[in-house]
Design a protein around this ligand. Structure first.
Ligand code: FA5
Length: 335
């Protein structure tokens, strides 16, 4: 009876070696195990043989049948795995995808926020659309005050205003918190400017305000020097010049010693050795009164940092228009 099964075994082994695809395996299955398959026919013909012969044919034939079925399954899963391997070939170069970057102003803002957080300041977010009261009146700039002309303002039809300065947030803080107040207000400001290389109609400022008992100009200078030294990662020397803002008294323009020439004088500092950086001053008693704070007991200082201009200095961007241009070639360089 071996003569019947052995040639089949050899044919099966050869066919299994040659089968490389799913289709070939299916053909092989049909050839041996199909209804009219070679092995099926042998198994069907057992009746022709004696009982002993039937036993041998049945045993060997079914063993071969299981072998073929198992090998087919094995080979099919090998082919499937190979297909997957080819699909996820980790040695192939990946598909490029567009990676976004933060806007340079966001980067500078976050850096400064970290510095102020480290100095115990809270970060406040106040309105971009303000009432006349918060943007001017409560900052000691009543209607018809000539200081309103310093800021070309976008007025809305409902009488509200796109804030011209983050100083507009000062009163919101005084209304919400009692002294000691120590906060920064970073945010977008709007002015109806003639746009040029250093003026935009939409730009960022960062307001700072500290109110407590015994706050003096010395605290203002110390805070500014500490903050700027951390920001520029070296010791920065500052000086104050008188400056006028109705909501501070006295008011100052804060300059830093020119970092390009070390104070000797160069084109950047117009040979003065100093670069104008930000306006600041002691909070005017009238502003404290508007905020319901006892100006006999408490004093404070405030400053208004031009964030957009600071980003220009930090990254050496000569034209402010680059920031709002949407020009990704420029903006994506900053990480
Ligand atoms: C103010 O806005 C005051 N609120 C600042 C202040 C706060 C003074 C607290 C005293 C106490 P000024 O108008 O100078 O001040 O603006 C402050 C900074 O904002 C400027 O130094 C400049 O860096 C930036 N800035 C003003 N206008 C523009 C503009 N059109 N485009 C870009 N940056 C501007």
């Amino acid at each position: 009876m071996e003569d019947l099964i052995n040639p089949l075994k050899e044919a099966v082994i050869r066919a299994l070696q040659e089968a490389k695809t799913m289709e070939q395996l299916e053909t092989l299955r049909v050839r041996f195990l199909g209804k009219k398959g070679e092995l099926t026919s042998v198994l069907k013909s057992v009746n022709k043989f004696s009982i002993d012969e039937r036993k041998v044919i049945g045993y060997e034939g079914n063993k071969l049948k299981s072998y073929i079925t198992e090998r087919i399954l094995e080979l099919k899963s090998k082919i499937e795995n190979n297909k997957l391997k080819n699909k996820f070939d980790i040695t192939l170069p990946g598909t490029d995808f567009e990676e976004g970057t933060y806007h340079p102003i966001t980067i500078v803002q976050r850096d400064i926020e970290e510095i102020f957080k480290g100095m115990g300041f809270m970060i406040a977010d106040t309105n971009e659309v303000e009432t006349d009261y918060y943007n001017f009146e409560a900052l000691n700039v009543p209607k018809y005050h000539p200081a309103r002309d310093m800021q070309d303002t976008y007025w809305l039809e409902n009488g509200m205003v796109l804030r011209t300065q983050t100083s507009a947030g000062q009163q919101h803080l005084m209304e919400q918190f009692s002294p000691p107040i120590k906060a920064i207000i970073p945010g977008r400001c709007f002015r109806n400017e003639d746009i040029d290389a250093s003026h935009e109609n939409t730009f960022f400022q960062l307001e700072g305000i500290v109110i407590d008992e015994g706050i003096s100009v010395a605290n203002l200078i110390y805070t500014m020097e500490t903050m700027l030294s951390k920001m520029f990662e070296k010791k920065i020397t500052v000086r104050l010049r008188p400056g006028y803002f109705p909501f501070v008294e006295p008011g100052f323009e804060l300059d830093i010693r020119c970092e390009i020439c070390g104070g000797k004088g160069c084109p950047t500092c117009k040979n003065s050795g100093w670069v104008e950086l930000l306006p600041c001053g002691m909070v005017h008693p009238n502003v404290l009164k508007y905020g319901g704070i006892n100006s006999e007991k408490y004093t404070g200082f405030a400053f208004g940092l031009g964030l957009t201009r600071l980003a220009m200095m930090k990254y050496g961007i000569p034209d402010i228009r680059a920031f709002n241009s949407g020009n990704l070639k420029i903006l994506k360089q900053f990480k």
